[in-house]
Design a protein around this ligand. Structure first.
Ligand SMILES: C[S@@+](CC[C@H](N)C(=O)[O-])C[C@H]1O[C@@H](n2cnc3c(N)ncnc32)[C@H](O)[C@@H]1O
Length: 350
C-alpha cells in the first residue's frame, strides 16, 4: 500500500473529532480561519454569502439509508456520508499511486494561493498545505465534511456553480478531482476558473469518467449487469444535466483561453488482473472504490431521475458488483488529467 503523503495520524484524528461533533456549525469555524485571506473589499460580502450557506449546510437529507448534502439540496446526487468519505480517501491513495507519488502534474513554482474546488474530505488540500507550507490552500465544497486543517489551509461551504467571490487574477493553482456529476455548466466553470487564476497560473482537472473498457480479445456481452448499471449511470447523469461520462475538458479549457493544455491518461484496472505489481495495486484500490461507491453513485440518480424502485436498483448493483469481481472481464477505466496555463498578461503599452 502507498504511504499517506503527510501526517495521516493528524488527518484521522481530525476526522474523528469532527464527526463526533453533533452541534458543529460549519459556518463559524470555516469563516474564522479564512477571512484574513480575502482583500478588505471582498471579505464582507463573501462572509455573509458563505455564512448563509454554511449555517444550514449540515441539515443533511437522508434517503434510502444514505446521507446527502443540504446546501443547494439536490445539486449533487452522490452521498456525503462516512461510506462515501472513506471511498474518497481510498481514491486519493489510488490517484497518488497513479501519478507516481505526486499530488498534481502542473509545473508549480512556489505557489502561494491554491484552490481545490469540490474538496470532499479535504485530504488533497491538506496534503498540498503540507507540501507547500508557504502557500494558503482553500478547499470548497457543498458539504462541510472536512477534517481539522493545518493553519495554512481552510475550507468553505460553496457551490462552484455560483458566482465565485474570490478575488480575480488571484490563484497560482486551481485543482479539481472527481468533480464530474457536480457541474452542469462546464464552460462557465472554466471561465470562472480562468478569471480567478493569476496570469501564468495553472488549472488542473483529475477526472475518472464512468466509461468502462475491456482488455479482452472478444468483447464480453454488453447486457451484463455491470455494463447495464454503467450505461444507466451515463443516461441518468446526462438526463440530470451532470454527465459522469464527459471527457471533453481539453478543448473546453482551450476555448476558455488556457494555453499549453495537455491531457495525460492513466489506466485504472478494476481488480488485480494486470500482470505488473503496480497495476495490481491500483486494481485493488479501484475494486474498493467500485464496491463502496457504486451504490452511492447510482441510488439517487436511478430513483430520482429514472424513477426506478430502490429494491430494483439494489438488485442491479449486486449483480454489477459480482461482475466487478470477475477478473476475466479485464475491465478498466481512465484517469484523465488535464492541465493548462493562463497566459501571462500582455506587456503594458508605453
Ligand atoms: C467524488 S467527491 C471528490 C472529492 C475530492 N475532490 C477528492 O478527490 O477527494 C466530489 C465532491 O465534489 C463536491 N461537489 C459536487 N458538486 C459541487 C459543486 N457544484 N460545488 C462544490 N462542490 C461540489 C461534492 O460535494 C463532493 O464532496
Amino acid at each position: 500500500m502507498a504511504e499517506m503523503v503527510a501526517s495521516p495520524q493528524t488527518y484521522r484524528e481530525g476526522r474523528e473529532e469532527y464527526s463526533n461533533k453533533a452541534d458543529y456549525d460549519g459556518g463559524s469555524s470555516i469563516l474564522s480561519t479564512r477571512d484574513s485571506f480575502f482583500t478588505p473589499s471582498t471579505s464582507s460580502s463573501r462572509t455573509s454569502a458563505a455564512r448563509s450557506g454554511a449555517s444550514s449546510a449540515s441539515n443533511y437529507r437522508f434517503e434510502h439509508n444514505r446521507r446527502y448534502h443540504a446546501y443547494r439540496d439536490g445539486h449533487y446526487l452522490v452521498p456525503n456520508d462516512q461510506q462515501e468519505q472513506d471511498r474518497m480517501d481510498v481514491v486519493h491513495q489510488m490517484m497518488y499511486l497513479l501519478l507516481d507519488n505526486e499530488l498534481h502534474l502542473s509545473p508549480l513554482k512556489e505557489p502561494r494561493r491554491i484552490l481545490d474546488v469540490g474538496t470532499g474530505t479535504g485530504v488533497w488540500a491538506i496534503e498540498m498545505a503540507f507540501k507547500y507550507p508557504n502557500a494558503r490552500v482553500i478547499g470548497n465544497d457543498l458539504s462541510p465534511i472536512q477534517v481539522s486543517p493545518p493553519p495554512n489551509c481552510s475550507f468553505d461551504v460553496e457551490d462552484a456553480e455560483s458566482d465565485w467571490l474570490y478575488p480575480t487574477n488571484n490563484f497560482d493553482f486551481i485543482h479539481t478531482r472527481q468533480l464530474l456529476g457536480g457541474i452542469t455548466n462546464w464552460p462557465r466553470f472554466f471561465q470562472q476558473a480562468y478569471d480567478h487564476i493569476r496570469p501564468g497560473g495553472w488549472l488542473e482537472l483529475q477526472e475518472t469518467p464512468a466509461n468502462p473498457f475491456t482488455d479482452t480479445a472478444t468483447p464480453p456481452p454488453s447486457d451484463l449487469p455491470i455494463f447495464r448499471v454503467l450505461s444507466l449511470l451515463k443516461l441518468a447523469s446526462l438526463n440530470a444535466g451532470r454527465a459522469f461520462s464527459d471527457e471533453s475538458f481539453k478543448s473546453q479549457m482551450e476555448e476558455a483561453g488556457f494555453v499549453d493544455v495537455q491531457e495525460t491518461r492513466f489506466r485504472i484496472p478494476l481488480g488485480p488482473w494486470e500482470r505488473d505489481s503496480r497495476g495490481k495495486e491500483v486494481g485493488r484500490y479501484n475494486m474498493i472504490n467500485f464496491m463502496e461507491g457504486l451504490e452511492g453513485y447510482s441510488l439517487a440518480l436511478f430513483t430520482r431521475v429514472l424513477g426506478m424502485e430502490v429494491e430494483k436498483v439494489r438488485e442491479l448493483i449486486e449483480g454489477a458488483k459480482r461482475d466487478g469481481m470477475n477478473r476475466k472481464l479485464r475491465i478498466y477505466f481512465w484517469l484523465v488529467v488535464v492541465r493548462g496555463r493562463k497566459p501571462e498578461a500582455p506587456p503594458a503599452s508605453t
